[in-house]
Design a protein around this ligand. Structure first.
Ligand code: HEC
Length: 204
């Protein structure tokens, strides 16, 4: 009995160490931008944030603003018209998440210059998904591979959802993008899988 507990305790220690290591690793690779959100999230995940319902993307998806996307961005959506960005599929959380790993498509007119652009860049400021909701990010958006996708050709999506994102939703959006990049970097080093596997077990 005692032994089992000791083993559990030491395994728990190991997991916490791994996660802390992962969080520190991210901070180093984020070169200053978004170190706060990355670190903060690591804490959240280790202390009871392991319920699936708590993930950043779940919260983002369920925000009032992002619940509106499916009115237009989904197969057969009532608001879909010729020229609506067509890769995104907000009909379900899972579909939304995987479609966001893709690139923009279906844009017409001057918006067509952003076809082929990643929704998620290396930072929130480099992300088309953020540029569509934030005037400052849009003005500074600079994508060397798609120089014509810029403030003149990125649509202002706040017009389609009836206003700006709330502070909370905007913070979730930034956090989601920082986490995606952290997960990607860790995935390359093989550490992410290990952490993922361990945290998927129910330790608490
Ligand atoms: C009323 C319909 C409608 C809603 C609601 C809507 N969109 Fe759009 N979206 C469009 C259309 C149409 C375009 C193509 C550009 C244009 O015509 O403004 C577009 C383009 C985009 C683009 C590409 C921007 C560009 O110009 O390169 C992104 C990213 C995007 N939408 C994300 C979203 C997200 C995320 C939501 C929900 C928070 C959302 N949209 C809600 C209609 C909508």
């Amino acid at each position: 009995m005692t032994r089992t507990w000791l083993r559990k305790l030491s395994s728990l220690f190991f997991v916490v160490c791994l996660i802390s290591f992962a969080a520190i690793g991210c901070e180093e690779t984020e070169t200053g931008t978004g170190t706060g959100p990355t670190g903060g999230d690591g804490d959240g995940d280790t202390t009871g944030g392991d319920g699936d319902g708590d993930s950043t993307f779940t919260q983002l998806y369920n925000s009032p603003e992002f619940q509106m996307c499916q009115n237009c961005h989904a197969p057969g959506a009532p608001g879909f018209v010729d020229g609506t960005e067509a890769t995104q599929d907000w009909s379900s959380e899972q579909a939304a998440l995987s479609s966001l790993m893709g690139t923009a498509s279906g844009l017409i007119g001057n918006f067509a210059d952003c076809n082929g652009v990643d929704f998620i860049g290396e930072t929130p400021e480099d992300s088309l998904l953020v540029a569509a909701f934030d005037e400052t990010v849009r003005q500074n958006y600079d994508n060397p591979a798609f120089p014509d996708c810029n403030a003149d050709t990125i649509s202002d999506m706040t017009l389609n959802i009836g206003g700006a994102l709330s502070t909370e939703t905007r913070a979730l959006l930034d956090q989601f993008i920082v986490e995606q990049n952290a997960a990607f970097i860790l995935d390359l080093t093989g550490e992410y899988d290990a952490v993922d596997e361990l945290t998927d077990e129910h330790w608490y």
